[in-house]
Design a protein around this ligand. Sequence first.
Ligand SMILES: [Zn+2]
Length: 294
Amino acid sequence: MYIGIDIGGSHIAIGLFNNEKIMIKKIVKDINNTYSCDDILEYIILTIEEIQKEYSNSIISIGIGVPGIVSNGVWVKANYLKINNFPICKKLQEELKINVYVENDSNCAAIGEIVKGKTSYNNAVFITVGSGIGGAIIIDNKVICRDNSAIAEFGHVNYERNGLKCSCGNNGCFSQYASMKALRKRISDKLNIPIVNNNQVLELLKNNNEIAKEELAKQIECLKVLFGNIINILDPEAIIIGGGFAYFKEYFNFDFDNTKDKYVYNKNSTCKIIVTDLGNDAGIIGAAFQKTYR
Ligand SMILES: [Zn+2]
């Protein structure tokens, strides 16, 4: 059996998979930015020791997806958790005596799409639009990964020179305009009510709230610019959208002709813009099976 762990800014999700790659158990714990590396480590160790007991020590490997940059088993950096060169694989291996692998969370989500997604694109771009914006590039059914690199960090591609300050330290990054966090903040500011989660935004849209509709339209237009840029660089077979934004799919329609008219050089591009059908599980699945697909 295999374990996949998705560590996000607001949760740790642990999934147990059988040898047919089917998830048979999932445990989710909410965390916040007061959690230290040691807190995260302790929780993972305790949970996996429990699972080992329950399934008579049958775990073959543990794969972890984390935000930020990784290198050779070390979690180098994450913007919103205070991480600095944390040797997560070594520490877990010492405690649990199981092989441990770590990879960037967006890369894991893209691997999840290769392993379990209903789509069959060998060359695609996966983009997670959540609190931030992340991404991964799939070429010949493998995700491009390299130690100490931040490949396909689409959220930090520049959208507006001298624009809004980003958590990465630069100004004007796409994530400050097109992420779910940015959308929530704009609606919150305009309506003067605290918007703390995406469900509140969905509720406003359901009730035909004009401000929510307007701000969502701005986010969609901004994403079209980003998708146009991606197509101009890679012209993939598909751009697959994941993350919290995927749950808004009844409220957007990326009319590709419209995106192409305005932002794409190759008017004959056949790139499809689609939404993942794996929801948030893509990250856990990809974390578990990362070794084979990178
Ligand atoms: Zn940035």
